[in-house]
Design a protein around this ligand. Structure first.
Ligand SMILES: *Cc1c(COP(=O)(O)O)cnc(C)c1O
Length: 370
């Protein structure tokens, strides 16, 4: 048996009849930039997030960068985020000229340890940028309380958490603004790059619309120095076709996670848990094991694709040598980076595939470790 890490082809097969005509409609009119599909997707996604405004952009990285810029964050400012994340989180901060300040993760949630945020706040801190990593929301009430106390902006990196819930509320309406990615493999994925910022603040939404489109509201009238970071119309059409299925897909992912948890109960693996305040949408299903590299190659030999998210923490990346961090600065992140494995996770994952992965892991322990 082969178990892929994700399976976007089978999802496409099921949706072809809706996606092809939606794209054909745009191509036959040759209206590739902005227009009705972008506007409607923005409305529909804002509604989905129970938020007032959504501004479509060309990637999750742009969404983060423009959200920071919309709050005038830039050179001389510090933005607090987490050491265990995809590098796009910090690259977006760096792109504005601000400095990423890292905080270690909580050992149970793998998200920013909210008890360690206050120690990282300085007079230069302007914002906290928590990441809802692997689909599990960060502890937003604590973060928002800290932000209020220190007069900071909060921007969610929700690029892995479309539809996840924090105390019953959807990500995207839990802070000043939230950034989403529609990279193909995300829980809601386009057929290329795409992203969006969601906010309840009308002025922020207005600023974002300028920033993504050359600083113009009307053609050739440039109010500010903007960028070319618009959401493609073809991608908006794909996203509109897929959005009605997102909740079902997330439910299927949660079901797969529960099946894995049960099947892996007898093994030495540490399985993920939902925090008591969170309902994860399992963008990734991440387990921990001491013999990580051996397990990865064993799974590969059995036709199972697994991954590591992420093998090198941000502060140990050569790209961020300039921040001056060193090994030992974020011990939980560093420890977990050596032990984490992401098992195959996608809504169409079948029970026999989950059982096959679980059996392979049990055999690994019998053959290799014992
Ligand atoms: C995917 C991702 C991003 C960046 O999104 P792109 O659309 O690839 O630019 C940012 N942060 C996190 C946590 C992500 O997983």
């Amino acid at each position: 048996m082969n178990v892929p890490f994700v399976d976007l082809v089978s999802q496409y097969q099921g949706l072809k009849d809706q996606i092809v005509p939606a794209m054909e409609n745009i191509m036959s009119k040759a209206q590739f930039i902005m227009g009705e599909d972008v506007r409607k997707f923005e409305q529909e996604f804002a509604e989905y997030c129970t938020s007032k405004f959504c501004v479509g952009v060309d990637s999750g990285t742009s969404a983060l960068e423009l959200a920071l810029r919309a709050f005038e964050i830039g050179p001389g400012d510090e933005v607090i985020t987490v050491a265990n994340t995809f590098i796009a989180t910090t690259l977006a901060i760096s792109a504005t000229g601000a400095r990423p300040v890292l905080v270690d993760i909580h050992p149970e949630t793998y998200n920013i340890d909210v008890n360690k945020i206050e120690a990282a706040i300085t007079p230069k801190t302007r914002a906290i940028l928590p990441v809802h990593l692997y689909g599990q929301p960060a502890d937003m009430d604590v973060i928002n309380t800290l932000a209020k106390k220190h007069k900071l902006i909060v921007i969610e990196d929700a690029c892995q958490a479309h539809g996840a819930r924090y105390k019953g509320r959807r990500t995207g309406c839990l802070s000043d603004a939230a950034a989403f990615s529609f990279y193909p493999g995300k829980n809601l994925g386009a057929y290329g790059d795409g992203g969006a910022v969601v906010t309840n603040d009308e002025h922020v939404a207005e600023k974002l619309r300028l920033l993504r489109d050359y600083g113009q509201k009307q053609k050739y009238q440039h109010l500010i120095k903007g960028y070319n970071h618009r959401l493609d119309t073809l991608q908006a059409a794909v996203l509109r076709a897929k959005l009605p299925y997102l909740d079902d897909w997330n439910t299927a992912r949660r079901r797969c996670a529960l099946k894995y948890n049960a099947a892996l109960k007898e093994t030495a693996l540490v399985v993920p848990v939902d925090a008591n305040f969170a309902e994860s949408v399992y963008h990734l299903y991440v387990v921990r094991v001491k013999e990580r590299d051996e397990l990865l190659s064993y799974l590969q030999s059995r036709g199972i694709s697994a991954g590591i998210h992420y093998p090198i923490p941000i502060h140990l990346q050569p790209a961020y040598a300039d921040l001056g961090y060193k090994t030992g600065d974020f011990p939980v992140t560093e420890h977990y980076a050596r032990e984490i494995v992401s098992l195959p996770m996608f809504p169409e994952l079948r029970d026999e595939q989950i059982n096959y992965v679980a059996e392979a892991i049990m055999e690994f322990h019998e053959e290799i470790v014992a």
